[in-house]
Design a protein around this ligand. Structure first.
Ligand code: ADP
Ligand code: MG
Length: 240
C-alpha cells in the first residue's frame, strides 16, 4: 500500500529524516517509536504531503506522491491524518464535523453522509452526542470522533500522530480501543506513539527512529524482547 524509498528531509542544516526506507502492506498497523525529536511527526507530515521532501520518493497504492506534478489536494484525499489535539472544528456539531468532508469533498448527499456518520458514531458509542459541540465532549471523546471523521473519508491510509499524548491517562484506553477496532476493520495505519504496551499488542510492525534514521524495524516481539541495536535497547529501557 505504501512504499517509501530514501526519504530525506532537512530544515536548513538540520537533517531531520535521513534516507528512510519503509514498506507498509495493506491492512498493516505500523507503530513509529523514538524519542522526541527523532523525526516521527515529520515523517507522517511528509506522507500527508504537508512537507516538501528533499530527496527520495513515496508511493501510495501505486501512485507516486512525491511526483512534482501531482495534484496535492486530490492525493491528500486518500490519506487521513489525526494529530495530538484540537482536531475538531469547534463551531460545528459532532455530526457536521464528521459529514463536512464526505459532503464537500466526496460529494455525498446530506442524507448519505449523515447515515454513514451515525453508523460510525454508533460504533464508538457516541451517536447520542451527534448534535453536541466538541467542547461538550471529553478529550477522549473528541479524539474518538476525530478518528471516525478521518475514516468517514474512506482513506487508503490513516496517519496517527500521538493521538493519545494530550489526553488524561484515564482517557487513553478508550481512544486506543478505537484504533484497535480500525485495525480489525482492515485499515492501513501508520502511527507515532509512546504507548509501548499498545504498540506491543496491536502493531504488526514496530519501527524505531533515532535522529531521523530508521535504526531498526521488526515485529513487536522482536523489537521489544530482542532489539538488535544498542540505541533501540537504550530507548526501550526507559519505557519498559
Ligand atoms: P518527533 O515527532 O519524533 O518528536 P519531529 O519530526 O517533530 O520529531 O522533529 C524532528 C526534528 O525536526 C526536530 O529537531 C525538530 O526540531 C525539527 N523540526 C520539525 N519541524 C520543523 C520545522 N517546521 N522547522 C524546523 N525544524 C523542524
Ligand atoms: Mg511528534
Amino acid at each position: 500500500m505504501l512504499r517509501i524509498n530514501g526519504l530525506t528531509k532537512a530544515f536548513g542544516e538540520n537533517v531531520v529524516l535521513d534516507g528512510i526506507d519503509l514498506e507498509v502492506a495493506r491492512g498493516e498497523v505500523v507503530c513509529l517509536i523514538g524519542a522526541s525529536g527523532s523525526g516521527k511527526s515529520t515523517l507522517l507530515r511528509c506522507l500527508d504531503l504537508l512537507e516538501v521532501t528533499d530527496d527520495g520518493d513515496i508511493w501510495l497504492d501505486g501512485e507516486e506522491l512525491t511526483d512534482p506534478a501531482i495534484d496535492v489536494d486530490r492525493a491528500r484525499r486518500e490519506i487521513g491524518m489525526v494529530f495530538q489535539a484540537y482536531n475538531l472544528f469547534p463551531h460545528l456539531s459532532v455530526l457536521d464535523n464528521v459529514t463536512i468532508g464526505p459532503r464537500r469533498v466526496l460529494r455525498q448527499s446530506k442524507a448519505d453522509a449523515e447515515r454513514r456518520a451515525h453508523a460510525l458514531l454508533d460504533r464508538i458509542g457516541l451517536n447520542g452526542k451527534a448534535d453536541a459541540y466538541p467542547d461538550a465532549l471529553s478529550g477522549g471523546q473528541q479524539q474518538r470522533v476525530a478518528l471516525i471523521r478521518a475514516v468517514a473519508m474512506q482513506p487508503k491510509l490513516l496517519l496517527l500522530d500521538e493521538v493519545t499524548a494530550a489526553l488524561d491517562p484515564m482517557l487513553v484506553g478508550e481512544v486506543l480501543d478505537v484504533v484497535r477496532d480500525l485495525k480489525n476493520e482492515g485499515h492501513t495505519i501508520v502511527m507515532a506513539t509512546h504507548e509501548m504496551a499498545f504498540a506491543r499488542e496491536c502493531a504488526d510492525r514496530v519501527v524505531f527512529l533515532s535522529g531521523g534514521v530508521l535504526i531498526e524495524e521488526g515485529t513487536p516481539e522482536q523489537i521489544f524482547t530482542a532489539p538488535r541495536d544498542p540505541r533501540t535497547r537504550e530507548f526501550l529501557a526507559r519505557y519498559l
